[in-house]
Design a protein around this ligand. Structure first.
Ligand code: DX5
Ligand code: ZN
Length: 214
């Protein structure tokens, strides 16, 4: 089953509870955390995740676009994150491993994220520890960018490794996903689709979520 994780980056932050309730037919809620260092944008932090936790039953899929995320993963877990993904580019291999361990020790699902220029191989050292691998299909930092078709090969490669090793690991894509780009991403092996503008820009949000699910 294909899962949809709407990104609240495209929501109206002054009406976040309303906009979260509009995507209640989705599978996860994607929360983009940016620190202005790892990416050139600043979004939301731990207190907002805690407030969101109180108003939705959807699992919170927290995408940390922050420098040295090992410093904060436990805070996000305690605030109510269900899935926490960290960028492999954001710290040393040792600290990334430690970040994943800390998430798992709190009973949450951990994952790694790859920026577009980062090869699939960069996920290999962590695959056994991951409940999710996220392939960025745009440069992280902003919503509303165009899907990078050349990321499909990376998705295909990762799907092959996950299947070949029999791992219980979801494969998520994030950036530029819409009705036109969802089918090739799924065909390449993605099973979780993040969508911000395609969901919140839709006339009929539940219909768009169903359409993306295919
Ligand atoms: C970008 C974020 C994405 C973003 C996707 O750095 O990680 O989650 O919200 O937005 P769309 O779906 O509009 O490309
Ligand atoms: Zn994201």
């Amino acid at each position: 089953m294909i899962k949809i994780s709407p990104s609240i980056l495209a929501a109206d932050f002054a009406n976040l509870e309303r906009d979260i309730s509009r995507v209640s037919s989705a599978d996860y809620l994607h929360v983009d955390v940016m620190d202005g260092l790892f990416v050139p944008n600043i979004t939301i932090g731990v207190p907002v995740v805690k407030s969101i936790r109180a108003v939705t039953a959807l699992p919170l899929d927290v995408h940390l676009m922050i420098d040295r995320p090992v410093r904060y993963v436990e805070d996000f877990c305690k605030a109510g994150a269900d899935i926490v993904t960290v960028h492999v580019e954001a710290d040393t291999e040792e600290n990334t491993r430690l970040a994943l361990e800390r998430v798992r020790a709190l009973g949450k699902r951990a994952g790694v994220v790859l920026k577009p220029k980062t090869p699939a191989e960069a996920a290999l050292p962590f695959l056994d520890q991951c409940a999710m691998v996220l392939v960025m299909t745009v440069e992280p930092g902003f919503g509303g960018q165009s899907f990078m078709e050349d990321m499909l090969e990376k998705v295909r490669t990762l799907r092959g490794w996950i299947g070949g090793r029999g791992l219980d690991c979801e494969l998520e894509v994030d950036g530029g996903i819409g009705p036109r780009t969802a089918p090739p991403a799924v065909e390449a092996g993605a099973n979780v689709l993040v969508a911000g503008s395609a969901v919140y820009g839709a006339e009929d949000i539940p219909a768009r979520i169903a359409e993306l699910r295919g």
